[in-house]
Design a protein around this ligand. Structure first.
Ligand SMILES: NC(=O)c1ccc[n+]([C@@H]2O[C@H](COP(=O)([O-])OP(=O)(O)OC[C@H]3O[C@@H](n4cnc5c(N)ncnc54)[C@H](O)[C@@H]3O)[C@@H](O)[C@H]2O)c1
Ligand SMILES: CCCCC/C=C\C=C\[C@H](O)C/C=C\C/C=C\CCCC(=O)O
Length: 259
């Protein structure tokens, strides 16, 4: 199998897209550390994966990506258990336009934190073996989603950060590829935000516009996004790429060349 012997970390792995990314990595031969703040769901996923793949292929590690201490320890435990780190997926994300500082903390600061901690083990300049980091942004990282301006801002931030890191890695010789997945709406629990004034706050009145957008764009199955993710992990020619996953299929985003 293509990823035999490789070791991956996936954040927000207990459900939704993170669960899907973890499963496709396992199907293709990798070992996976499942990191999530949701302990009950994470433990239960690990139990069901153990039945399918055996207990030695996964670790579940409770971890809030907002905590430097928890995140560092989780990555350390992964490397101590599996011996290396080759693939890192910053997937954990939330929508919260009321507690918008938390949304920035999880969606953007969590991705920066995860990336810098992963570099400590993966960077060829500091004794690592290189690899690939895939950050999960959104179509809302490339254009505005009116009902969630702070979510939109964090995803634009993830896109900019990841592209800059790809260039820094190439220029400095980290041996790490950096790529982005930018999906449209996907059928996971995050969509429940649409019905929640406690999450949307002052933008709750825009529910109908968002519903219209959903009808236009369609809602993907998790499996459509995991295939795109696998492509970015496996294809060594992809570095600094942003793969949009849309109802009509996947398509690489182009960007204006300014610098
Ligand atoms: N579903 C969509 O429509 C969609 C579209 C584009 C991008 N995304 C992105 O995909 C990623 C995954 O979202 P999803 O749709 O699977 O949502 P989800 O709500 O089903 O899953 C998110 C997971 O992240 C975990 N999580 C939340 N905060 C965390 C934290 N502080 N530390 C660690 N784990 C945390 C949750 O416990 C949960 O398991 C997010 O970054 C989201 O922005 C989702
Ligand atoms: C109102 C609550 C939000 C409901 C949606 C919940 C989660 C969606 C998460 C996705 O990351 C958003 C994905 C796609 C957004 C679609 C279109 C944005 C328009 C972008 C453009 O103008 O090109």
């Amino acid at each position: 199998m293509a990823l035999e012997g490789k070791v991956a970390v996936v954040t927000g792995a207990a459900q939704g897209l993170g669960k899907g990314f973890s499963e496709i990595l396992l199907k293709n031969g990798a070992k996976v550390a499942l990191l999530d703040v949701a302990e009950v769901a994470g433990k239960s996923l690990k139990e069901s994966l153990d039945e399918q793949y055996g207990p030695d292929r996964t670790l579940f590690i409770p971890c809030d990506v907002q905590s430097q201490q928890q995140f560092k320890a989780a990555i350390q435990k992964t490397v101590e258990t599996f011996g290396q780190l080759d693939i890192f997926c910053n997937n954990a994300g939330i929508i919260n336009e009321v507690d918008w500082e938390k949304a920035v903390s999880v969606n953007l600061m969590g991705v920066v934190r995860g990336t810098y901690l992963a570099l400590e083990h993966m960077n060829k300049l500091s004794g690592g073996q290189g690899g690939v980091i895939v950050n999960i942004a959104s179509i809302a990282g490339l254009g505005p989603l009116l009902s969630v301006p702070v979510y939109t801002a964090t995803k634009h931030g993830v896109v900019g950060f990841t592209r800059a890191m790809a260039d820094a890695s190439k220029e400095s010789g980290y041996g790490i590829r950096f790529n982005l997945i930018c999906p449209t709406f996907v059928q996971t629990d995050i969509l429940n935000a649409l019905q929640s004034p406690a999450i949307l706050g002052q933008f709750s009145n825009l529910e109908d516009s968002t519903k219209k957008l959903m009808e236009q764009h369609g809602i993907l199955d998790v499996s459509q996004v995991t295939e795109a993710f696998l492509q970015l992990v496996l294809d060594e020619t992809k570095d600094g790429a942003a793969l949009m996953v849309l109802s009509k299929g996947s398509q690489y985003s182009t960007f204006p060349s300014i610098i």
